[in-house]
Write a protein that binds this ligand. Structure first.
Ligand SMILES: [Zn+2]
Length: 204
């Protein structure tokens, strides 16, 4: 038998010795934001995996995480790919010569949380702006029945100003209050965005 065939253990060690250091300096604020965000949008298991990666000094394999957390390998991988989708983790793969299988080395990129938060804020702002635009550029009609939906001028015309659901008469709906609320929300969020930016800048 060849040396390669017998000495699987040694070959495995070769693979792990090719790990790259992955410690990235982040602030305490970034650390907390990362944990909160991950917990919020991805759940407890992904958070657990994130914590292992966050505390690691070098790349970590899915198997190592599985052992550390006593979590099924399947679940660990799912969590890792979730982090990858969120662009908060990357992997590097190497073929283990003794088994022929790929070994995945994972690295967390906690510093990317800032970009992530900024992007999310942008998304919410965009949505609010679009809604505001829609409210401002349309006239709406209602039958005043709380169970029936509001309709646009065009829809009301098409139905001879009769409600499609209850047959009631459609009257003009004043959306000024709604517009005010949207404008307030947009201002608030812009303020939050500015504050977040300042905090992020101040740390660098
Ligand atoms: Zn109605």
């Amino acid at each position: 038998m060849s040396k390669e065939g017998v000495n699987g253990k040694e070959k495995n060690d070769d693979v792990s010795s090719s790990k790259i250091a992955s410690k990235i300096d982040i602030s305490e604020r970034q650390r907390q934001t990362l944990i909160e965000v991950v917990d919020d949008i991805a759940g407890e298991e992904v958070k657990q995996v994130t914590l292992v990666l966050l505390n690691a000094d070098e790349e970590t394999t899915d198997e190592e995480i599985s052992e550390k957390l006593d979590m099924r390998l399947n679940q660990v991988r799912k969590s890792l790919y979730k982090l990858y989708d969120l662009q908060l983790a990357t992997f590097r793969r190497i073929r283990d010569k003794s088994t022929g299988w790929f070994v995945y080395f994972w690295t967390l990129h906690p510093e990317r949380i800032d970009v992530f938060v900024e992007k999310k804020q942008e998304e919410v702002l965009d949505k609010l702006q679009n809604r505001l635009e829609y409210e401002k550029s349309n006239m709406f009609f209602t039958c005043n029945n709380p169970e029936c939906p509001r309709v646009t001028f065009q829809e009301a015309m098409d139905n001879n100003f009769e409600c499609e659901h209850c047959g009631g008469r459609l009257e003009a709906f004043d959306n000024e209050q709604l517009i005010n609320v949207l404008e307030e929300k947009i201002m608030e969020l812009n303020d939050i965005k500015e504050t977040t930016k300042k905090i992020m800048k101040g740390e660098k």
